[in-house]
Design a protein around this ligand. Structure first.
Ligand code: IPE
Ligand code: IPE
Ligand code: MG
Length: 249
């Protein structure tokens, strides 16, 4: 850890602490385009994206945001060229190994959500290790969606519930929102208040379909590798202007 990183960054004066989102989710998109615009291979964008994520995690912690959930790899991303998929899997593993100590120092609780059993074994091992070691940390809840798909998440919840019904453990009329949420990957993390998507695409791309029922969406044209403190500040300002009605008047 450098001397700089321990200095807490102040909350900008125009942000009100009591109006900040409790939970921020991010679709970190645009790495490939960022690299392409610079005449570099796509993987350079992914590499740069890791540094941007580290900075955002620290900023969230400094500004007392309770939870950050990021989309790292979708169930559809397996359809990319195998070299890119392999690069990403190796990158995730390397970053996890390298950053675990710092996450401990910064009191981060890391958790992975998605179909983790389909990931490379060595990555699964790093994931388990990081989740176990940080489980009792009390700082920010940092969730990484890896091989995550919102539809798959809902289907696996249905299967688990159907299984319990079949075994006679629960009755169909006991299935309500709370019970359903209890079977999602994100159990205990809660719904995002704000979802940020970089690089301009106005879609969810299978991210947090259930959880985003009432989350506010903020889209910026900025590509993920260029997403900095100013950009995050702008997103939080926009969030503070929103009137969340939840269907009421
Ligand atoms: C997001 O950036 C990172 C992952 C999906 C892993 P992209 O790789 O989708 O970058 P673009 O959208 O092609 O620019
Ligand atoms: C969403 O980005 C997935 C991640 C950021 C991990 P994509 O680049 O895969 O989404 P689409 O293809 O533009 O919908
Ligand atoms: Mg993309």
């Amino acid at each position: 850890m450098t001397a700089n990183s321990v200095v807490l960054q102040d909350l900008p004066a125009d942000l009100q602490r009591e109006c900040l989102p409790r939970h921020v989710a991010v679709i970190m998109d645009g790495n490939g385009r960022w690299a392409k615009r610079r005449g570099m291979p796509r993987i350079m964008g992914h590499r740069r994206g890791v540094d941007v994520l580290k900075n955002l995690l620290r900023l969230c912690r400094d500004w007392s945001i309770e939870a950050l959930t990021v989309y790292a790899f979708s169930t559809e991303n397996w359809g990319r060229p195998s070299e890119e998929v392999e690069f990403l899997m190796t990158l995730f593993e390397r970053v996890l190994r390298k950053e675990l100590q710092e996450m401990m120092q910064e009191d981060v609780r890391i958790r992975f959500v998605g179909n983790l059993s389909a990931l490379p074994r060595s990555l699964q091992a790093e994931i388990e290790r990081s989740m176990e070691e940080t489980a009792n940390n009390q700082g920010i809840q940092f969730t990484v969606a890896t091989n995550y798909g919102g539809r798959q998440e809902i289907i696996q919840a249905c299967r688990a519930i159907a299984d319990k019904v079949q075994q006679g453990l629960i009755q169909p009329d006991q299935i309500d929102e709370a019970l359903f949420e209890h079977h999602l990957y994100t159990v205990g993390i809660g719904d995002p208040d704000l979802l940020i998507r970089t690089s301009g695409e106005m879609r969810l791309s299978n991210f947090l379909l259930w959880q985003m029922a009432y989350g506010e969406i903020y889209v910026t044209d900025t590509l993920w590798p260029d997403f900095d403190r100013n950009e995050f500040h702008r997103a939080l300002c926009a969030y503070q202007q929103r009137e969340r009605r939840f269907g009421k008047l």
